[in-house]
Design a protein around this ligand. Structure first.
Ligand SMILES: [Mg+2]
Length: 180
């Protein structure tokens, strides 16, 4: 299968990195579990508001991100089972691709980020063809066979949900059982 995998919130824990910087700068104490809406600007200090998105765009933020538990191992296992893994993201940030390169998610590690063959940038993910999309934003799963990666900000959705990368591997196994 060709498996499309979202980057932020599925492979890289961008939210925690942003929260660290935001809390420090605004002397706030927002926690990961408090982020119950995709639009974080309504949850931060009202004087910060949409300025919080500036933290998402900083090139340096990807130096601070940790990988989501099990994600790299999960990607390696999917490839090992013969699946093609393609990362699909809606924002073009060189540092994001470099963060994936640095942590060995990408197959083609030699070239510059422009040439990363397994990364696609698309605001409308329904334009990209794949057999399965794993994403933490419900709207992105429209038009796809999708797995919603559980997050505090997507709990209202009733779409098929996985709680971790073990769940992703299990669902893929169900969809495409190994014959040997
Ligand atoms: Mg995401």
């Amino acid at each position: 299968m060709r498996i499309l995998v979202d980057i932020d919130g599925v492979c890289l824990d961008l939210c925690s990195a942003v929260l660290d910087v935001y809390n420090q700068e605004w002397k706030d104490s927002l926690k990961y579990e408090n982020i119950t809406k995709y639009d974080m600007s309504v949850l931060v200090h009202h004087a910060c508001g949409r300025d919080v998105y500036g933290y998402f765009e900083g090139d340096n933020i990807y130096d601070k991100v940790n990988i989501i538990k099990g994600s790299l191992d999960g990607v390696i296992r999917l490839r090992g089972r013969g699946h093609e893994v393609v990362f699909v993201t809606s924002g073009l940030f060189p540092a994001k691709v470099r963060a994936l390169q640095k942590r060995a998610f990408l197959l083609d590690m030699k070239g510059d980020y422009h040439y990363a063959k397994d990364v696609i940038v698309a605001h409308d993910k329904s334009m990209i063809r794949g057999d399965l999309l794993v994403d933490d934003k419900p709207e992105n799963l429209i038009g796809h066979v999708g797995l919603l990666f559980d997050k505090p900000w997507n709990r209202e959705s009733t779409l098929p949900r996985v709680y971790d990368w073990q769940g992703v591997l299990k669902k893929v196994e169900e969809m495409c059982p190994r014959t040997s």
